[in-house]
Design a protein around this ligand. Sequence first.
Ligand code: GUN
Length: 301
Amino acid sequence: MDEGFNPMSADIIDGKAFAANLKQDVAAQVAILKEKYDLVPGLAVVLVGEDPASHIYVRNKNKSTAAAGMNSFEHRLEPDVSEAELLTLVKNLNEDPAVHGILVQLPLPKHINEAAVIDAISPEKDVDGFHVINSGLLATGGRGMVPCTPLGCIMMLRARLGDMSGLNAVIVGRSNIVGKPMAQLLLNENCTVTMAHSRTRDLADVVRRADIVVAAVGVPELVKGSWIKQGATVIDVGINRIEKPDGKTRLIGDVEYAEAAKHAAAITPVPGGVGPMTIAVLLKNTVTAACRQAGVEEPQV
Ligand code: GUN
């Protein structure tokens, strides 16, 4: 073993601290926009129904938006609201000059076509980056809005690794929200990207080759710690609530953390890793959207 090498000592990538820094930067940008252009970025969040997890997310989003000095507009709709009513609200928000970002909290009730709602959001105001125009722009190297969670992951990876050219990156999970945009972002960093998913054969072998592992599959501890290559960087996007024998719940990721930390050089914890970054990036995306709509430069802080 190398001198000074401690197999138990993966660095923890502190998403909470990253997010706090980013939120501070966003608040400073907002103050400059107010002062220089009398521009106050506004974020509208639309919540349909009673899903408790969604209510918690939305409350946090509203609190963080206001704390950054931005306008926060909250729209709560009954679970039985019609798709047409929701589309009308989106249309009104598209036309409202005080609203620069629109986020419709997912999942939506089953009777509403999610894709139709997302595609009704003006791409310039689509701070989630879910609109097909924005996913197309990301895939073709254009300037669109980038989904918050993958953008947060890439910011942490850049800070940790710097130049990622030529590294093997393996993404476990192929969702539109995380896996696919993550692949595009890692390609942009010149990584060699492999997308693994539930049908991948020999997942262990695929993960063993990775210098960077991004786990975003939504299966508790699917990625075993023993699969992690020595010195790899591990980003765990999973947030799985599991019940303990005493009836209480705890959050665990998609990676078997304790074992992975013995092999990785750096790893994000759950909670306190990727999760806090998502809201911070949402605020950043709202500032970006506001600047583009107003035709002003994004302040550098
Ligand atoms: N539901 C869970 N995460 C998200 C997110 O990032 N954006 C939206 N719109 N809904 C979500």
